[in-house]
Design a protein around this ligand. Structure first.
Ligand SMILES: Nc1ncnc2c1ncn2[C@@H]1O[C@H](COP(=O)(O)OP(=O)(O)OP(=O)(O)O)[C@@H](O)[C@H]1O
Ligand SMILES: [Mg+2]
Length: 317
């Protein structure tokens, strides 16, 4: 398989006056999980539909698994699995029969179907309940089964459109665990739409942040965090005198230092070693109880990017 699973160049789509996707250029390496993160209406589902050839671009192009999304969409759909807004399950059928049905649709031989059903349901912890009609199942279980359905024919690429939407936090976490495990076992490339930051951070090697159809940032979770804000150090203790604050502010790696009662906050220039600063505090007579070094969270990054875009959007258009 090509080492690039998805490549888009200026991919755009409008619906009347709405620019749903605006000049998207991304590359998703094979074997990775790419998270597409953005608020409601950002253009995430539109992007998946374009990549699957279910919609035509109004400008630009997409190559998926080496195939052109407009002229070779059949090949893309044959070699991809998708879990979109609807789970595609038959409520009256059992889990086993749902998968059996899809196996037949994909023309997988009977013996192989049996093996695959057992393997997927076992990996997802659903094997024991395979004979129950799906209508009796919880939402989380149904989502897992829908994931098994999307993976049944061993696609090279899996599209997931907000797979944990509507699940309670613990079911969502379990689904993420299972997804992580399946990605590893199946060696599949994943394009994951989500507006859940924890989900993106947990599962994705690369993240694209989209807002109003425009990509506003891309990179690994770590790169995005580093881009958004400097790390800081929180110190709890006694003895934060004016002299201590001045000594900190004189240090080249310190941007600012301020204290409030027993809490001292130091903003750092970059990801520096904090040990020398702790020694400095101790030498100046500070009684240090606790030191916490923190990076800005992906949530802060996301909000800062989205707000930036909001503030500058009018000038662009
Ligand atoms: N078939 C369509 N006809 C008209 N407008 C559409 C159509 N599909 C999408 N849009 C518009 O395109 C924009 C992007 O929609 P899209 O569904 O891609 O967003 P999304 O990021 O998936 O949002 P959500 O998180 O709510 O699912 C929205 O303004 C939406 O109303
Ligand atoms: Mg959507």
């Amino acid at each position: 398989m090509a080492s690039t699973a998805i490549k888009t160049t200026n991919l755009s789509r409008e619906f009347g006056a709405i620019q749903a996707l605006n000049m998207l250029s991304i590359e998703v390496p094979a074997g990775s999980v790419f998270g597409f993160l953005g608020p409601n209406g950002a253009g995430k589902t539109t992007t998946i539909r374009l990549l699957l050839g279910l919609l035509e671009p109004s400008q630009g192009k997409a190559t998926v698994l080496g195939y052109d999304s407009v002229n070779q969409a059949d090949q893309i759909r044959l070699q991809s699995g998708a879990l979109l807004e609807h789970n595609g399950l038959y409520e009256r059928l059992s889990a086993e029969n749902n998968l059996e049905f899809y196996g037949r649709v994909w023309r997988i031989p009977a013996a192989e179907r049996q093996v695959r059903i057992r393997e997927l349901l076992t990996n997802l912890g659903l094997w024991e309940r395979r004979e129950e009609p799906v209508s009796n199942w919880s939402r989380g279980m149904k989502q897992k089964l829908a994931m098994a359905r999307a993976l049944f024919h061993r696609p090279a690429l899996l599209f997931l459109d907000e797979p944990t939407a509507g699940l309670d936090p613990s079911s969502a976490a379990r689904l993420r665990d299972d997804l992580e495990k399946l990605v590893e076992i199946e060696g599949v490339t994943v394009f994951l739409n989500t507006h859940n930051l924890a989900e993106a951070e947990r599962l994705c090697q690369q993240i694209g942040i989209i807002r109003n159809g425009r990509l506003v940032a891309k990179g690994s979770p770590r790169q995005l965090r580093a881009q958004a804000g400097n790390p800081q150090m929180e110190v709890t203790g006694l003895g934060f005198t004016g002299q201590v604050i001045r000594a900190l502010q004189d240090r080249p790696e310190v941007v600012s230092a301020a204290h409030h009662n027993h809490h001292l906050t130091i903003h750092l220039r970059e990801s520096v070693d904090t040990a020398p600063l702790v020694s400095l505090l101790v030498n100046l007579g500070v009684q240090v109880d606790e030191v916490i070094k923190s990076q800005s969270s992906l949530e802060e990054v996301f909000l800062s990017l989205v707000n930036e875009e909001e503030n500058s959007g009018i000038n662009h258009d």
